[in-house]
Design a protein around this ligand. Structure first.
Ligand SMILES: Nc1ncnc2c1ncn2[C@@H]1O[C@H](COP(=O)(O)OP(=O)(O)OP(=O)(O)O)[C@@H](O)[C@H]1O
Ligand SMILES: [Mg+2]
Length: 287
């Protein structure tokens, strides 16, 4: 396997029976998923079903504790690696709620990130990628994404509008060119022009070298980037996997049928939400 990968075979991100708790509260209950480089997967599911939890866990957010199961790229376990090491292995997450880092300029942040990801053996203090080369690439990518190059001089996300933050995430994706990109609602909160820019940006960036997991509640991003697989999460489990037609069905009809087909998870969802007035309904469905 390892040899084949070295010879140019596509990489595999393999998630096996993953259990995750946040502050001792179990959220994911055995998620298994395989994404190959070059594939597009959609992950859908109602609010609170655990989609962002999976995304954060994959990139190693310290709050999300793996209590069982594994995450591997080409057979190498990632469970114990810190977020930087995971990025070097080719994982990238575009955040649902991008963080602001006052005092850190976009261009400095990206130059460090790009250097570290492209040169995984680099030791602290060794030189960054050459400024001239970096500037040229950054400028070109910003123009492609319709971003004002002035943004490179600003502090990361400070004072950025919601749409500008999401574009910033796509710029990071464009610069880092990861093997596996997880896009957590990169299309939410955008006006329709911005959704188009982001959707086209993702389409341009994806290809045989990138596997993509698109978490979304909207259809537009998936129209531009048609998923080969659509997974539906309910109460911390992937309860169904289908193709692009499943995503379309969920957009049109919502999750009622999914809940009917998976009564145990629907009941679990209700009990999690701890809404006494609806627990009766869930119990009825579960029977
Ligand atoms: N850091 C945290 N602290 C406490 N609870 C958390 C934390 N992160 C997630 N949870 C809980 O885990 C559950 C799943 O949340 P998650 O954000 O993964 O859902 P989601 O599927 O991404 O929902 P949405 O579609 O609204 O983004 C929720 O009940 C949430 O409150
Ligand atoms: Mg979320």
């Amino acid at each position: 396997m390892t040899k084949k990968v070295r010879d140019g075979m596509s990489s595999l991100l393999k998630i096996t029976d993953l259990h995750v708790s946040v502050e001792d509260k179990p959220i994911l209950h055995g998620v298994s998923l395989e994404i190959r480089q070059g594939e597009i997967h959609a992950l859908m599911g109602p609010n609170g079903s655990g989609k962002s939890t999976l995304a954060y866990t994959l990139v190693g957010h310290p709050k999300y504790e793996i209590t069982g199961g594994s995450i591997e790229i080409d057979g190498t376990p990632l469970n114990e690696l810190d977020p930087c090491e995971r990025a070097r292995k080719g994982l990238f997450l575009a955040f649902q709620y991008p963080v602001t880092i006052p005092g850190v300029k976009v261009s400095d942040f990206l130059r460090h990130a790009v250097t570290n990801v492209r040169n995984p053996e680099r030791k602290d203090g060794e030189s960054l990628i050459p400024m001239r080369e970096f500037r040229k690439e950054l400028k070109q990518k910003m123009e492609e994404l319709g971003m004002d190059t002035e943004f490179a001089r600003r502090y990361l996300n400070e004072g950025f509008s919601g749409g500008e933050k999401k574009r910033m995430e796509i710029l990071q994706l464009a610069m880092l060119q990861p093997k596996f990109a997880i896009l957590d609602e990169t299309d939410s909160g955008l006006d329709s022009d911005a959704v188009r820019v982001v959707s086209e940006g993702v389409r341009k960036l994806s290809g045989p070298q990138m596997g993509v997991l698109i978490i979304t509640h909207h259809e537009r991003l998936l129209e531009y980037n048609v998923p080969q697989f659509t997974h539906v999460m309910l109460a911390g489990k992937i309860v169904e996997t289908g193709d692009a037609a499943l995503a379309h069905e969920l957009h049109n009809h919502g999750y009622a049928q999914i809940r009917e087909r998976h009564p145990a998870e629907a009941a679990e969802e209700q009990s999690r939400q701890n809404r006494p007035e609806t627990v009766g309904v869930a119990t009825a469905v579960a029977k």
